[in-house]
Ligand binder design. Structure first.
Ligand SMILES: Nc1ncnc2c1ncn2[C@@H]1O[C@H](COP(=O)(O)OP(=O)(O)OP(=O)(O)O)[C@@H](O)[C@H]1O
Ligand SMILES: [Mg+2]
Length: 298
């Protein structure tokens, strides 16, 4: 089966993801409680909330890593199978909060691994290495190189994944996720550990992914990134969805400010200050992992 979502853009507004009443319990702890969330085609939706709010657990429920205790998850109208490789084959791809790459494989090989749900060549074809296999392999390599170019890693195709700087490893994870030709991409803290320039480049990359017709659901603690990027933002607090709306609605909601944001977003460092930080960094030549708005984190 080959579903090339990069060329067939779904009509804007079609419900891509429909999670209803998702609850996840671990023994006595309810990590996610009765969460409803939809993502429509053409949308970038943010999922924010304090540490331990249940954001990653919710992603795990969407991707077949966990079977929700209660609730149902549909992708383009169909209930998802409770196995992560089947969810990927259905059209949902993801990256992980703790990067999961094959460290001793090359950058290109990591992306090729991500394509396996989209190649129909099976075991015997690989063993016999007939013309069908060679053709499929060449097509896969071509597509993988296209994706590396898309994320800006084409010059590093033959490097070992473990030798990439942290920010590039995150980009590689995105390229690998895109290799399964998803209709929905889930990103779990894609800018964690990135410097301001890398964070801004990632913002552009997410817009470019959306422009290819792939809907995006993104978890991030960097509020500047979230509010710049997202059409809609949902806030999870202690496993429950507290508020959902556009950036202005969420930033202005007193409950969100009290439970998570802590202070009005307007008080976060402005662009001028960010530019100053960047200029200072460029002079010192020392990379930093502080994202905009997180300068006081450590
Ligand atoms: N497999 C598990 N078994 C037991 N408890 C778990 C498991 N996975 C997550 N939890 C608990 O569920 C709660 C939610 O965790 P989760 O990792 O989803 O939070 P999060 O919102 O992603 O936080 P962060 O912003 O720190 O990544 C936490 O209390 C966590 O300890
Ligand atoms: Mg998490």
């Amino acid at each position: 089966m080959t579903t090339d979502t990069t060329t067939t853009v779904a009509p804007t507004g079609e419900t891509v993801l429909d999670a209803r009443g998702v609850t996840m319990r671990f023994g006595g702890l309810t990590a996610v409680r009765d969460v409803n969330l939809t993502v429509n085609s053409g949308e970038i939706v943010g999922l924010i909330g304090p540490n331990g709010a249940g954001k990653t657990t919710f992603f795990n429920c969407l991707t077949g890593l966990y079977i929700p205790t209660e609730g149902e998850v549909r992708y383009k109208g169909n209930v998802l199978p409770p196995k992560s490789f089947k969810v990927t084959a259905a059209g949902i791809a993801r990256t992980f909060q703790n990067i999961r790459l094959f460290a001793n494989m090359t950058v290109l090989e990591n992306v090729l691994v991500g394509r396996h749900t989209r190649t129909k060549e099976g075991f015997w074809s690989a063993v016999l290495r007939g013309p069908g296999f060679h053709k499929a392999e060449a097509t896969s390599r071509e597509r993988a190189m296209e994706l590396l170019e898309f994320v800006g890693l084409e010059k590093k195709a033959e490097h070992l994944a473990r030798n990439l700087p942290y920010g590039e490893q995150r980009k590689l994870e995105i390229a690998r996720a895109l290799a399964s030709e998803p209709g929905l991409l889930l990103l779990d803290e894609p800018t964690a550990g990135m410097n301001p320039q890398e964070t801004r480049a990632t913002e552009e990359l997410v817009f470019a992914i959306r422009d290819k017709g792939i809907a995006v659901l993104v978890i991030e603690h960097d509020m500047r990134f979230i509010f710049n990027l997202c059409d809609r933002v949902a806030v999870l607090v202690q496993g429950e969805k507290l508020v959902e709306g556009d950036s202005a609605t969420v930033q202005g909601d007193e409950r969100v400010v009290a439970a998570y944001l802590g202070e009005p977003f307007e008080n976060a460092p402005g662009d001028e200050e960010v530019a100053e930080v960047e200029a200072a960094e460029a002079q010192a030549g020392t990379p930093t992992d502080a994202a905009p708005g997180k300068e006081n984190d450590r």
